[in-house]
Design a protein. Structure first.
Length: 164
């Protein structure tokens, strides 16, 4: 099975977080390599060079590696030091390797691979070509309201017709 590449907007969590909060990945190291969207202009690929404070809020809540006593913990401040489980065969212009959905990060306060990707950030965007290739019988059984056979019909041309 192929793995999804991670794009900006991916959701991460830390196994050392007491509250199991998530945060969103931001790309700060490159601006020309995109993934997922049809126009290739909205979702930057995340790479191994995206380290440091590269999350939206840079926190996963209270960190169990930073006890204060009485069962209380300090607020975590995410500082990614390295990534593991990346795609080795492609190097981006920033000299980073593309992250995959099962890549993991190490935080300066945590143990190795304590931060994991919960959602890779990609969203399926069907195109007209996908609908043209789809089997209408199967699609109509899955979603009878879609009316896939209507997609292939030519739209009538009403140019030159007067309205009443």
């Amino acid at each position: 099975m192929s793995k999804h590449k991670v794009v900006e907007g991916a959701t991460c969590s830390c196994k050392l977080s007491e509250e199991s909060l998530t945060d969103i990945l931001k790309v700060k190291t490159q601006s020309k390599h995109f993934g997922n969207d049809k126009a290739c202009a909205n979702k930057l690929l995340v790479s191994t060079k995206d380290i440091g404070k590269t999350l939206e809020k840079n926190t996963f809540g209270k960190c169990t590696k930073q006890p204060l006593g009485n069962g209380q913990y300090n607020l975590c401040s995410v500082d990614i030091t390295k990534w593991s489980g990346f795609y080795e065969k492609i190097t981006l212009s920033n000299q980073g390797k593309i992250l995959l959905e099962d890549s993991k990060a190490t935080c300066s306060m945590g143990t190795p691979d304590c931060i994991e990707i919960i959602n890779h950030g990609q969203i399926a965007e069907p195109s007209v070509q996908n609908f043209k290739r789809a089997n209408p019988d199967v699609q109509n059984k899955i979603n009878p309201l879609l009316g896939l056979d209507e997609v292939e019909k030519e739209k009538p041309d009403f140019n030159g017709i007067e309205q009443m």
